[in-house]
Ligand binder design. Structure first.
Ligand code: SF4
Length: 349
């Protein structure tokens, strides 16, 4: 993975290289480094819209022992896609995918007859269709080259500014920058079970995409004119009727055999475009400085009670993984021991 760092002091403040100043609360060093007076965060930290959840997942670094199925499916898919755009052949992409999808502790359904839409069997079918659809594009869409390396899975960190005496650092990882039809393009892969016309509304405003655009501008001085969201839809398998026939829509039939095979698989892929201007980046920058300073102040408070619940977030993406714990008074350490493990934040992982 290429690492892009604007300032040489940043690696000392990153998750991998900084000395642990407080072994009891290692996350403190990663986010809040009291010696160097830096506060570091990424989009996923900012996106935790409930401070209580921020405390449990980042300050206490708790993660459910049983991993989230959707997250693991997404991680497996990303592995396939990363290798695909690096030029790997299908067996190699598939092997890399299988290695992640079936690793120890994987929550994915591995039954070969499973109808679960996130089963390994189903995901293999979908990634096979992805390969088939985009393989002909690989001559026209190639990874952008930075420091003699393809710009795929790029870790980055840069200083946003200094607020109240603290240096605020933003970091993260970009899926890839591609030259698509001659134009440098930021590409972000999303796997989803909720794809439809309304899906594209989430692209703007969207702090994650604007942050990636800002990072590219800051680190390699290119304002990418466009972003393509590489959507991989994980839908229910099509089922035949009582006579074993599929009711294939006329428009699909008229498109030919490949469209029919994709329809039967219920495999849908899009590269939807969005754009960001310098004004968008400027506005994002101020927002992130404000938000970074707000989170920095929270991380200076070790008391659970100082991180308030925001219950509007409890069911935003399914049930919050801390729901049972959060329903009790204080932190029930027995429940923590039974249900959670320590997972140190590692934005470049
Ligand atoms: S259950 Fe709700 S209030 Fe509690 S941590 Fe999760 S999102 Fe926050």
């Amino acid at each position: 993975m290429t690492m892009l760092l604007k300032n040489p002091q940043i690696p000392q403040a990153s998750a991998h290289t900084v000395a642990i100043h407080n072994p009891d609360v290692p996350s403190l060093t990663m986010y809040l480094d009291p010696i160097n007076k830096t506060f570091t965060f990424d989009y996923s930290t900012h996106a935790i819209a409930c401070d209580r959840k921020l405390y449990l997942s980042r300050y206490r670094t708790l993660r459910p022992k049983v991993q989230n199925e959707a997250l693991h499916a997404g991680k497996s898919i990303h592995t396939f896609v990363e290798n695909f755009w690096l030029g790997a052949d299908f067996p190699t992409c598939l092997q890399k995918f299988i290695d992640v999808a079936t690793e120890d502790g994987s929550p994915l359904d591995m039954e070969t007859t499973s109808i679960n839409k996130r089963s390994v069997r189903r995901l293999v079918e979908i990634m096979g269709a992805y390969y088939k659809k985009y393989d002909p594009m690989r001559a026209r869409w190639t990874p952008y080259i930075i420091n003699n390396e393809p710009a795929v899975e790029i870790g980055f960190a840069f200083i946003l500014g200094v607020v109240n005496g603290w240096t605020i650092i933003y970091c993260g990882r970009i899926d890839r920058i591609m030259t698509m039809d001659g134009e440098p393009t930021l590409v972000d892969t999303k796997s989803t079970t909720r794809f439809g016309p309304q899906y594209w509304q989430m692209l703007r405003p969207n702090n994650q995409i604007t942050g990636y655009t800002a990072a590219i501008k800051e680190l390699i001085n290119i304002l990418v004119k466009r972003t393509a969201i590489d959507v991989i839809y994980i839908g229910e398998e099509r089922k035949p009727d009582a006579n074993g026939n599929y009711k294939i829509p006329k428009a699909v039939r008229e498109e030919g055999p490949e469209a029919i095979s994709f329809w039967m698989l219920n495999a849908q892929f899009e590269h939807g475009p969005t754009t960001r201007s310098q004004n968008d980046i400027d506005e994002w920058w101020i927002d992130m400085l404000v938000e970074g300073d707000r989170m920095r102040q929270l991380f200076e408070k070790p008391r659970y009670e100082d991180w308030p619940k925001r219950t509007s977030q409890c069911n935003t993406f399914g049930k919050c993984e801390f729901h049972d714990l959060c329903s009790l008074k204080g932190v029930n350490e027995q429940l923590v021991e039974n249900l959670y493990e320590i997972h140190i934040w590692s934005p470049y992982e």
